[in-house]
Design a protein around this ligand. Structure first.
Ligand code: UDP
Ligand code: MG
Length: 307
């Protein structure tokens, strides 16, 4: 049995891979473990996969899974966890934003009796104000509206025990939000803190669109709050509407003053229209995710692998 699998999703990281491997080995070799490095090439447009394959020729511990196209970071990590053979797995970004040196600490902490040890970000340098601000709000929002304990300011950088991996493999949902799935599973959980470094080379693979997708996947998978929000807003608006009807009847029959009112009409129509579209949109988000799950397509397609 392999002691530790290192799961590394790759999307255009050719410039980072050599330094990453060097730093990973520097910290893991002295730990005296049997280890495998599982690279998942998520449809990179650069030479990442060529480089990884080359490395795998000289180092047996290097494994690769080459996707047929870009499926997204969460799915890449999921594929790595599906195929890895370690008794524990560390999920780490390839761009060296997650310092590999922390793996020793994560592993040691796990060995003191935890199944999950996540790495909590104290600071994040080299990232835009917009990214930090939206991430901060998002982590707080989702923690508020879900019933499970999703830790704040924590990405996927963490170590999980084989017990957790085996449960994850039984969770078939199409929308992968590992930051929710792992706390949902439970087990003894702890964390270590770290300062997040800037990306070494290259550019982020997380476009605004991908981030928004991840956020909505996370929320719809772990909270019914938006649906309840639509219901409650509907009730409140109906109550106000009812009072408004009474007021309209009063001015028609009693005060006989009904000519004016273009502004209030317009406000009412626009407001109602907005609330209705919003509610339909919320329901639509859930339905589209149900549809994806009913279709039940494979989560990813592997072109080639040595695992
Ligand atoms: N990544 C991936 N598929 C994607 C986007 C990113 O596998 O579609 C990988 C990427 O190579 C990196 C990790 O996921 O190892 C985190 O991505 P990135 O650093 O681009 O995101 P950020 O840190 O900017 O949020
Ligand atoms: Mg990054």
């Amino acid at each position: 049995m392999i002691d530790l699998s290192v799961i590394i999703p790759i999307y255009n990281e050719e410039k980072n891979i050599p330094v990453l491997m060097q730093r990973l080995q520097q910290v893991i070799n002295p730990m005296n473990l049997s280890v495998e490095y599982v690279f998942i090439n998520d449809g990179s447009g650069d030479n990442s996969i060529v480089l990884i394959k080359q490395l795998s020729l000289t180092n047996e511990a290097i494994k690769f899974i080459d996707f047929s196209r870009n499926f997204g970071h969460q799915i890449a990590v999921t594929a790595g966890l599906d195929k890895c053979r370690g008794n524990a797995a560390v999920i780490i970004d390839a761009d060296l934003q997650d310092p590999p040196e922390l793996i020793a600490e994560l592993y040691a902490k796990m060995k003191t009796g935890y199944e999950v040890v996540y790495a909590k970000r104290l600071t994040r340098s080299g990232e835009s104000f917009f990214k930090k601000f939206t991430a901060r709000i998002f982590y707080r929002l989702i923690a508020r509206i879900t019933t499970i304990d999703i830790p704040l300011d924590t990405g996927d950088f963490r170590i999980i025990h084989r017990k957790v991996i085996d449960v994850l493999k039984q969770m078939p949902e199409q929308q992968k939000y590992l930051r929710g799935q792992i706390p949902w599973i439970g087990f003894r959980t702890s964390y270590v803190e770290y300062n997040r470094d800037p990306r070494l080379e290259g550019e982020t693979g997380y476009s605004l669109k991908k981030m928004l997708h991840l956020a909505i996947d996370g929320i719809t998978s772990f909270s019914n709050f938006p649906l309840r929000f639509a219901t409650v807003t509907g009730f409140v608006v109906s109550a106000v509407g009812f009072l408004w009807i009474l007021a309209a009847l009063y001015s028609h029959f009693i005060s006989k003053n009904t000519v004016q009112g273009w502004t209030s009409m317009l406000i009412a129509v626009l407001f109602m229209g907005g609330i209705q579209l919003l509610s339909i949109g919320i329901i639509g988000e859930y339905i589209s995710r149900m549809r994806a799950n009913i279709c039940n397509r494979p989560l990813y397609v592997i072109g080639e692998t040595n695992l």
